[in-house]
Design a protein around this ligand. Structure first.
Ligand code: DHB
Ligand code: FE
Length: 289
């Protein structure tokens, strides 16, 4: 059976993709940001995931005001890096996992989540930057990726409660898939930031750190944060953090935090990054969250 073994959260700051692509990640101003991913690169090599379910938001790249799915799942064979204005990033094509993705779509819809099924879409920094931060510069991404896009760009985005519940449903779905697969769930986006308007440039470090401190055990409280509270405390784009709740919901009740990295300044947001491994109880059983 397929199994979710670990979860990872990370900001998906587009500038970091640019820094990697221009070969500037060793520069003194950027080195501390990338240093926090050295552990991650070694860790992922030991974990060898077969598939990553990568929760991200499309930033008006494939979905614009013409249509805005709240939750969309990429069921295609492959996904091209998007042209976000400066040409597509020179990173490998993302290989999908159509069999598992269609299984997830079916199971999630039957569990009450009305997923939009997408077979063709280009994937922007929300998806490609986390892949680069974790896998580095590679000829091919070393695993298959299922893009799961969440609307956090156009009000209203889904609630934290709904996102935590979606994570739980993803876990149930994966566990019913008959192939033996090591699956990870990555939640991307955040941390606090606001790109436009009077408060553009807002970063709330206290709020960011409290969110990371609470995600392991106090996820129910985090899931009750309203969109208005996200905007007030963490800026208009801070609600990207709901995607970390999907990741958390897909894991066991008990997880080990094996790594954390937080760095300011980077761009308009802090870089936040966390890794959780599932912990089984004394009988070797997983306990659902
Ligand atoms: C930034 C962060 C984002 O998550 C994003 O989508 C765009 C920009 C930033 O920090 O600049
Ligand atoms: Fe973003």
């Amino acid at each position: 059976m397929a199994k979710i073994t670990a979860g990872l959260g990370t900001s998906h700051i587009p500038l970091l993709g640019r820094i990697i692509d221009t070969g500037d990640s060793d520069k003194p101003e950027w080195a501390p940001v990338f240093k926090g991913f050295e552990f991650t690169k070694e860790w992922v090599e030991t974990q060898q995931p077969d598939v990553v379910i990568l929760i991200y938001n499309d930033h008006a790249t494939s979905f614009d005001m013409c249509f805005i799915p709240t939750f969309a799942i990429g069921c295609g064979e492959e996904f091209q890096p998007a042209d976000e204005g400066y040409g597509a990033r020179p990173v490998p094509t993302v290989q999908g996992s159509p069999k598992l993705a269609w299984h997830l779509a079916e199971s999630l819809i039957l569990q009450g989540f009305d997923m939009t099924i997408v077979n063709e879409m280009d994937v922007d920094h929300g998806l490609t930057v986390p892949l680069s931060m974790v896998f580095g510069e590679v000829e091919e991404w070393p695993c298959q990726v299922i893009p799961l896009a969440v609307n956090t760009v156009v009000y209203p985005s889904p609630t934290g409660e709904r996102c935590l519940a979606l994570g739980r449903a993803i876990r149930k779905a994966v566990e019913k898939f008959p192939e033996h697969l090591n699956v990870q769930v990555w939640g991307t986006g955040g941390m606090s930031h606001q790109l436009l308007g009077e408060r553009a440039g807002l970063i709330n470090q206290t709020w960011d750190k409290a969110f990371m401190d609470s995600l392991r055990l106090d996820y129910e409280r985090l899931s009750a944060i309203s969109q208005v509270e996200y905007i007030r405390e963490s800026g208009t784009e801070g609600c990207e953090m709901v995607m970390w709740l999907i990741m958390r919901g897909a894991l066991n009740q008990s997880v080990n935090e094996v790594h954390r990295h937080y760095h300011v300044p980077v761009s308009n947001t802090a870089l936040g990054h966390i890794i959780y491994e599932n912990v089984t109880n004394e009988n070797g059983e997983d306990q659902v969250l």
